[in-house]
Each structure stands twice: as C-alpha cells, then as structure tokens.
Design a protein around this ligand. Sequence first.
Ligand code: ATP
Length: 442
Amino acid sequence: MSDVSVPNDVTLMEKVVNLSKRRGFVFPSAEIYGGFRSTYDYGPIGVQLLRNVKDAWWRSMVQMRDDVVGLDAAILSPPAIWEASGHLKNFTDPLVDCRQCRERFREDQLEDLTICPGCGGKDTFTEARNFNLMFKTHAGPVESDAAVAYLRPETAQGMFINFSNVLQSSRKKPPFGIAQIGKSFRNEITPGNFVFRTREFEQMELEFFVPPEEALQWYEYWCVTRYQWYIDLGIPESKLRMRPHDADELSHYSSGTSDVEFLFPWGWGELEGIANRGDYDLTQHATHSGEKLDYFDQATNSRYVPHVIEPAAGATRTMMAFLLAAYDEEEVRGETRTVLRLHPRLAPYKVAVLPLSKKDDLMPMAREVLGLLQPHLMCDFDETQAIGRRYRRQDELGTPFCVTIDFDSLEDQSVTIRERDTMEQVRVPVADLLAHLLPRLV
Ligand code: ATP
C-alpha cells in the first residue's frame, strides 16, 4: 500500500481532516460518547460531495451507456453466497497478537516482523493466524447456527447471483454489465488514515460479462476508461498511476488485475481494482446453487459461461482522494486563502446566493434569485458576516460560484457572479443568470 520514497505530507492530511470537521464534510462518529474507532459520519457538506462522487460514477457507468444496467442488492446475506464465492474460506488477513501490549496487527502491514509498533516490544508477536473479515450476525430472534447471516463485504456478489434475473428482465446480451453502488462491511484489523480504511464504507462496482474470447480486450478497455474517469474529474496525472499486479499478487482465478492508485500523503494507495476474473464467479454460483448461469448465443447456437471484468472502486476512499487533490492554499492580499478546487460536478454546492447586507430591502430579491436557481442547482444561502468572509467560507466548501445581490441590483436587475478559482467578478442580468451558470457547471 505505501511507498516509502514519498515524503510524508502529514500537514496536508491534518489540514483536510480539520477542514472536514470544521466545515461539515466528515465527523468522527459517536463523538458525544467518546467516539467509535474509525467510524465516520458524513455531514451536510460531505453527504453532498459523496453523493456527487457516486452520481458522477453512475452517470459515466450507467446513464451514458446502453450496455450497463443498475442494481441495488441486499446487504444482509445468507452464508451460502459466501461459501460459493470463497469468502468464508479465503477472505482473511493474517493476524498477529503482541503478547506484551495485547494489540493486534495485520502481519502483512508490519514494517518489522520482530518489533511491535504498539509498545516497541521485541519478538513479542504470536504466530499469524487467518482472521476472517466478514461481519457475522443473526437474522431473526433466534441466535442459532441456522440464523447466521453476513453483512456483505463487497457489492459484487449481488450482481452474480442476479445474473439470470437481469439477463432475462433487461434483454441484454454479453458484452453487458451490471453496476451497483452501496455499503460494504469489513472487520478490518487495522482501520485508519481517516476514511481511507474503515469497517463500514461504500463501493461502486461493475461486473461486465463478456464472451470469453473478448475478455482481454475488455479488460484493457476498462483499465483505460476507469483511469480517465479520475483525470476527467480533476485528479492531476502526477497523483495517479495504474499499477498492474505482479503474478504472486493475483487471486487464483484472475488472469490480470490492475489498481488505479492515488498518491496519498503517506504514499501510493489503491482507489480501484480492475480484475479479469474469468468465469470463476458464475461457475462457482452455478455449481453451488444448481442453477444454470450461462448465456445461450442464438447467433452461433452455442452456450457459454461469460467471463467477467470487474472495475471495483471505493466511493468513500475516492471522495477522500478528491478532497486531498482539491485542497489548495494561496496568498491573497497578505492573507492565506484556503480553496477546494473541486471539479464543478463534484462541488457540494454549485452556487452560493449572498445578499450583500442583511437589511430587509435586499432579502426579497435574494430569495427570488435563490428560487430561480434551486430547481436546477444545489445552492447555499448565506446572509451573515462580511461578504469577504462569506466568500472565504464558500472557497473552503469548493463552491464554484457566488452570486451577490447588492443595492444596485434593485435598480438594474443584475447580480455579481464571483468565480472560485480566479476570484474574478462579472455583472450579469438576473434574466441571464441560469444561462450563464449552467454550461460552466457540467
Ligand atoms: P485494500 O487492499 O486497500 O484492502 P482491496 O484490494 O481489499 O483493498 P477491493 O476488495 O478490491 O479492495 O475493493 C474495491 C475498493 O473498495 C478498493 O479499491 C477501495 O477503494 C475500497 N475499499 C476496500 N476496503 C475498504 C475499506 N476498508 N475502507 C474504505 N474503502 C475500502
């Protein structure tokens, strides 16, 4: 995960974590009860940003294509699914205990296998044992073995078990995909680095089913397409890389996996994995369920099990990458201006409507402008404090445009638009406001 050659940019991390709390992006969960380790709540601004990340993914993966359909499968699931997928047996991390301080660590993340990072003890670790990352619970009032259920650790299996349902109801044929966004749960041994690794998180996954002979070509297509998605939404190329897995990293069924990685303050970390999974998943579920999970191609009069290309991304982790990449500070007239240079499509608010003064005279027109914009754009409305401070606040939220209503506005029916990145201001008639803003926000 980490690349030690990269300088440890702790201050950027601290700044983004502080901004997140101060401005309502992300709060530590259960704070009034002393917190609950590595769980987070998304505040009024964060919930918008996260939603926009997911919407941008859905737009490019579902809305803009005619070969992908959506799905929202259940989170609670029976053991049979995880038996067939291999998760019950293999979804484990190697766990070691320190005999001295009793802390537990992932063996593969320890820098030195002989020194405990918790207490500094030497040779205090137990032998590694496999720790299953799935959250187990019981469905219904009886806590018997027959009632065991799991919280899904990935959304992918929902697509495989619904392969036939979707195929029949949507009338798609390979190559076609099923996309899903939703929560997943993993009992991570060492969560951390803010929302990079949490036990409850959101994923955005596509299972793309293809004729076997087209698998390699589609794998390459999705590697290029997914990399470009991050670039198009403003991650600089210097902070993004595609890393093909070495042969010894590949799962036994995968004939190729590449990770899209972002340069986090502590080094390179995965945002998304794109895997060429062969026919492993459909075959496993067909064998375990006794249902046929294949495709009959009328054109060639033959039946085959489609191969699967899976681009699997994390929504919450990706949101954090967009925040880190967008964070900027600059000197403006002797003061430091903090600005989130988020892509307009990701910005939590697109426009802030700001009456210059709180005086009654400006309010009706300011409310009118707000009412004009709200059906089309997510807007903030702020009438408190000096205008300069209100601009700074919107800069920190990443709002691309502020619209100010002043006393001249009452006379000339025009408003001032101030742009976030350049701080340039233009005067625009209210009648032209939407036409001016909309093309600049796509
Ligand atoms: P890692 O190696 O970081 O544990 P992974 O390879 O197990 O990740 P996948 O199973 O490929 O991850 O999941 C797809 C994506 O889901 C990851 O690229 C990541 O963005 C996201 N993800 C996985 N685990 C977590 C987590 N604990 N917290 C937040 N996001 C996660």
